[in-house]
Design a protein around this ligand. Structure first.
Ligand SMILES: [Zn+2]
Length: 110
């Protein structure tokens, strides 16, 4: 499962960054266009964190929705999926949001 590998690398990154400090909360940003299923990550998180400093930590996931700017007319528009075109008909756009996959915040026990 794709999400298992992603969750593992997230947990590993947090462990490396935080050292031995017990982690209380992790907040991830997973864009709706990233292709990653947030619910699966939630499920994997409990399995992957077992026996690590993240065990028992709560997981928060924020999901930025897709946003793009048209390179032809300059309009910004929402993208429900990657097939959406600008209202001017152009497919030449720059993706501004929606593909995020990152750790936004980690809270450790003081
Ligand atoms: Zn346009």
């Amino acid at each position: 499962m794709h999400e298992m590998a992603i969750t593992q690398s997230v947990v590993q990154a947090v462990c490396e960054r935080m050292g031995d400090a017990p982690v209380r909360r992790v907040c991830l940003e997973i864009g709706t266009l990233s292709g990653v299923v947030a619910d699966s990550v939630r499920f994997c998180f409990d399995l992957v964190t077992e026996g690590t400093t993240l065990e028992g930590a709560s997981l928060e996931i924020v999901q930025p929705t897709g946003l793009a700017r048209c390179r032809d007319c300059g309009a910004e528009f929402a993208l429900a999926d990657l097939l959406v075109l600008c209202t001017c008909g152009s497919a030449n756009r720059e993706l501004l949001a929606g593909e995020e996959l990152k750790i936004r915040e980690v809270e450790v026990l003081a």
